[in-house]
Design a protein around this ligand. Structure first.
Ligand code: NDP
Length: 452
């Protein structure tokens, strides 16, 4: 066997920790993947010799830059922003941009690493990247957000391009921010290309991109339940978050006959014992996207609902759970509570919402548990379809895109089953399945390129 720190999992993780001090989220993401990959590559010399895992866990590059902008009072404000280009073995870097005060280089490196596997799972030609800034859009005027987005793009445009790196939205970056960034890119380059996805329909966006992540996570849950002869219909569903992913997951679960009883934000969660109807979900979308309000306002409008300040929703008894807010929002004890309350299926709309301890609780309990890199890949899949439409200068019809999204999610599910079977159990290990299927595709492409 070649001399490499692939030889021993603990040694490998120690090396990752040493090389990435103060980056716990990145180390956590690498560790979760490495636990499965080590088993898989144990008897596959070619991956060891080429140090493939070590190379995937070292971003191609990380660009860090200052973003200056002026607030409405004329004060000069300074933010930090990054673009992490993790791996482009199978296509241009692709991954969202996040605006949130919690954004650090570690968070973006973990997201870009995860994105590399997720994008491979979609079957579309996209590499992995991620970007963002510690800018907090909450409470900012449209003018302030516009000036910030323009200033950020004035630097970022040098590193991206339709065949180089194609960012999209994420936490804090929706249609408004994408519009401002695309407008500035177009102005700086005098080019109209599909350099960002999640664009407005008037200027090259794709139908169903907005819905795709939440809908896709629900389709994945449906696929998992089907393997056990079950369905979403008639089950109680707990969802965290109240942004793009959460509201669309709630919408699709409701359409499929599930009873969604919670939504949340960083201030607490709402419990609606009557369940969220389409009308109520539309009200939340309007609250979040137009009025830019807080989920606590829901209980003023819908009187039978309760708001639980500072709490997460995992204590509410349910059969199905979709964490759709942020990383590490579901901890070991939360996972134990869900299992004890009879939860049979968890589909992650968010990226790495369950911490490592929680992942092990779900795995050990042998419930249906889909990691974000598989379950929330619907968003980037439709982004990939947006790139194809932009390159061909065409727009596909909604029915076609809905069908493609369902096919892609079913394909990801099948890939997870291929590599995630668990001897002696009817419940597959979706984490292992997703990690290995994603790794294999990227790794085999990297092998073809030699040492680069
Ligand atoms: P949004 O900004 O639309 O919504 C984020 C939601 O999560 C808000 O309700 C927000 O509440 C809540 N949230 C954010 N940070 C925290 C926190 N620290 N604690 C509790 N709640 C928090 O983002 P998206 O819906 O787009 O993204 C949600 C998750 O899905 C992220 O993990 C993202 O990476 C992932 N994802 C998104 C995709 C997409 O297409 N948009 C694609 C794939 C994954 P508050 O307003 O209080 O901050």
């Amino acid at each position: 066997m070649a001399v490499s720190d692939h030889v021993d999992l603990n040694g490998f993780i120690e090396g990752v920790k040493r090389r990435n001090p103060g980056q716990p989220e990145f180390v956590q993401a690498v560790q979760e993947v490495a636990e499965d990959i080590f088993d898989f590559i144990q008897d596959k010399e070619k991956y060891h010799e080429a140090q493939i895992l070590r190379r995937i866990a070292e971003p191609d590059r990380v660009v860090s830059f200052r973003v200056c902008w002026q607030d409405d009072k004329g004060n000069v404000r300074v933010q930090r922003a990054w673009r992490v280009q993790n791996n482009n073995a199978i296509g241009p870097y692709k991954g969202g941009i996040r605006f949130h005060p919690s954004v650090t280089e570690s968070v973006l490196k973990f997201l870009a690493f995860e994105q590399t596997f997720k994008n491979a799972l979609t079957g579309l030609p996209m590499g992995g990247g991620k970007g963002g800034s510690n800018f907090n859009p909450k409470g900012k005027s449209d003018g302030e957000v516009m000036r910030f987005c323009q200033s950020l793009m004035t630097e970022l445009y040098r590193y991206i391009g339709a065949d180089v790196d194609v960012p999209a939205g994420d936490i804090g970056v929706g249609a408004r921010e994408i519009g401002y960034m695309f407008g500035q890119y177009k102005r700086l380059t005098n080019e109209f290309t599909g350099v960002l996805t999640g664009k407005g329909l008037e200027y090259g966006g794709s139908l169903i991109r907005t819905e795709a992540t939440g809908y896709g996570a629900t389709y994945f849950l449906q696929n998992m339940l089907k393997t056990q002869g079950k369905d979403i219909e008639g089950h109680t569903v707990v969802i965290s978050g109240s942004g793009n992913v959460a509201t669309h997951a709630a919408e699709k679960c409701t359409m499929l006959g599930g009873k969604v009883v919670t939504l949340s934000d960083s201030e607490g969660f709402v419990y609606d014992p009557d369940g969220f109807t389409q009308e109520k979900i539309d009200w939340v979308k309007d609250l979040k996207n137009k009025r830019r309000g807080r989920i606590s306002e829901y209980v003023k409008e819908f009187k039978t609902a309760e708001f639980h300040v500072g709490k997460t929703p995992w204590g509410v008894p349910c059969q199905l759970a979709l964490p759709c807010a942020t990383q590490n929002e579901l901890l070991g004890d939360d996972a134990r509570t869900l299992v004890a309350n009879g939860c049979i299926g968890v589909s992650e709309g968010a990226n790495m919402p369950t911490n490592l301890e929680g992942v092990h609780v779900f795995k050990d309990a042998q419930i249906l548990y889909a990691p974000g890199k598989a379950a929330n890949a619907g968003g980037v899949a439709v982004s990939g379809l947006e790139m194809s439409q932009n390159s061909a200068r065409i727009s596909w019809k909604e029915e076609e895109l809905q069908r493609l999204l369902q096919d892609i999610m079913a394909g990801i599910h099948a890939s997870c089953l291929e590599y995630g079977t668990r001897p002696g159990s009817k419940i597959p290990d979706y984490v292992k399945g997703a990690n290995i299927a994603g790794f294999k595709k990227v790794a085999d492409a990297m092998l073809a390129f030699g040492v680069v």
